[in-house]
Design a protein around this ligand. Sequence first.
Ligand SMILES: [Zn+2]
Ligand SMILES: [Zn+2]
Length: 336
Amino acid sequence: MTVLDRTNAMMEAAVFHGHERITIERIRIPDVGAGEVLVRVSRTALCGSDFKLWHKGAEFTAGHEIFGVVEQPGHRMHGRRCAVYIPIHCGHCAACLRGDTQMCLEVSSLIGWNRPGGYAEYLPVPENCLLPVPDDIEDSLAPLLLDTIGTSAHAVRFVSRVVPPQEAGPVLVTGAGPVGLGVILALKDAGYSDIHVSDPNAWRLRIAEAFGAMSHPVGDTGKRFALIMECSGAHAARNLGIEVVLPRGALVLVGENAMPWTIEEGKVFRRKDFYMIRTFYFPLGDFEPNIALLRCYKDEYRVLVDGEFGLRDLPQNFARFAEGKLIKPVLALERS
Ligand SMILES: [Zn+2]
Ligand SMILES: [Zn+2]
């Protein structure tokens, strides 16, 4: 295709209609705004947070764990391999200035949610959301630098200030999905050594064990922990975390849940000092250490990418993913 004049140029994209229905359509390539470039998608990882859009439908093209190549002739980034940082951020508010780009006080728009995302051939990306990926990182692993590594490692870095590795003792991770498994690797890397993990899915648990964690029974209240990383989003796991977190310990809510969560203010909640922490995504400045983390545990991260397919096969593979049959499958768009 001609890249210079994209007026009315078309591309293939997945359309989420709601009621678990996805179709592949030819749609117009979205406009590229001022301060933005066009990115040709190479890989977009599927994410459990997209289930919401799968059920309810999406206003914009979904897909938010995106890796591609800048296709903007004449631009200094043209041809560069980049991951896409999804929080749009102004760069000059108090949050941005202190490095908290994922919580910009001026803009709260997310790529793949509030503007077009990566289940398509192309998308426009603001220049300050381009994260150049070094050549030694293979295409299929590059999207993991975002949610799987970024979200997980940020949660661990954030809580390590209140419960540092040398004071933590045993740590519990609830939920062994991509983020939970990412948290296990980030904990190991940060120096936490005694890691326990619970998940109802035996197959995911085996992967967690292969990553060095010890399996812990789901719902068990017999053992208490100074640090609990809640990665499932399940209300039962959150409530259990409140119960078994030790005094002065921390419960970190990394997992998400679209349904309202009620905390019962009983004895276990009321009668102890503890930290209950929520973390979201990761600051831009974490990207370099996250690349280092990926290099260090490449073989482990490779295990997570257990499916790769083109756009036409996205609908059926999204359904398999929703059934829990795949951990971190990626949509792969090859250059035609
Ligand atoms: Zn995600
Ligand atoms: Zn800002």
